[in-house]
Design a protein around this ligand. Structure first.
Ligand SMILES: [Zn+2]
Length: 251
């Protein structure tokens, strides 16, 4: 149940008929894993903590660097040198003491990632590299957990939701598994802060929709954001029956 403080704290979203008390209780009962507390993970964690998601599991093995602060708005100057997880814990517990925060400060290997994914209802991929994205996707397909995936580089962003519980949903590997494009990271290619903020905010919004069960999540759709032209574009994406990760799951 929700106490008086919670009813007040969440009153503006409880007012929405799509959320209401029932939706707020669903959020309170929800456990979510955020992989990466950088430019995407920062707004994701801030918004999901503020919205009252009951358990946030935070995974990042990195420490806060001065070059992060231009976009990773959960961290501040005093946190430079501190682990990103500890820096985020400090900020999130100040925003919302009603929720539980679970820390994963070590790099997750296959087994620990599988355990971390199995312990939650939904995963947000806020990492910055292909191998982590592939590993997170495989763990989500194996555990049948919805995955909200976002990416941003330079002045372009992408967003999609992969939900293995839905037969028509592709997985991350269906879309990106065959790409041989050289991997770029923000540290090499650059990125603007508000763009990762935008993609991360959209990831948080998709997570709330999937957890509460309202609206139309971006399942089977890839949202492309062109920051230079201020344009949003959408591509239909299909499940690849021959996908080596999810291909045989409904066979
Ligand atoms: Zn697939």
């Amino acid at each position: 149940m929700l106490n008086d403080q919670e009813l007040l704290r969440y009153s503006r979203q409880i007012l929405l008929q799509h959320i209401d008390i029932d939706g707020q209780l669903k959020l309170k009962d929800s456990r979510v894993l955020i992989v990466g507390l950088g430019g995407l993970g920062a707004p994701v964690a801030l918004y999901l903590a503020a919205a009252g998601v009951g358990e946030l599991h935070l995974a990042d093995f990195d420490t806060v660097d001065l070059t992060n602060l231009q976009r990773q708005i959960i961290h501040d100057t005093d946190s430079v040198g501190m682990s990103k997880v500890d820096s985020a814990l400090k900020r999130l517990s100040a925003i919302n003491p009603e929720i539980q925060l679970i820390a994963h400060r070590q790099a997750l290997d296959e087994d620990s990632l599988a355990a971390a994914v199995a312990a939650v209802d939904l995963v947000l991929d806020c990492s910055d590299n292909f191998s982590t994205r592939e590993a997170v996707n495989a763990a989500c397909v194996a555990a049948q957990k919805p995955l909200v995936s976002g990416a941003a580089i330079r002045l372009e962003g992408q967003l999609s939701v992969f939900d293995p519980r839905r037969a028509e949903s592709p997985c991350y590997h269906c879309l990106y598994g065959h790409g041989s494009e050289a991997e770029l990271t923000c540290s090499e290619a650059g990125v603007v802060g508000p763009l990762v903020g935008l993609v991360g905010s959209l990831q948080a919004l998709e997570a709330l929709k999937v957890l509460v069960g309202f609206g139309e999540p971006l399942v089977g759709r890839l949202l492309l954001i062109d920051a230079l032209g201020s344009r949003f574009r959408e591509l239909r994406v299909k499940r690849d029956p021959g996908c080596s990760v999810c291909g045989s799951r409904h066979a």
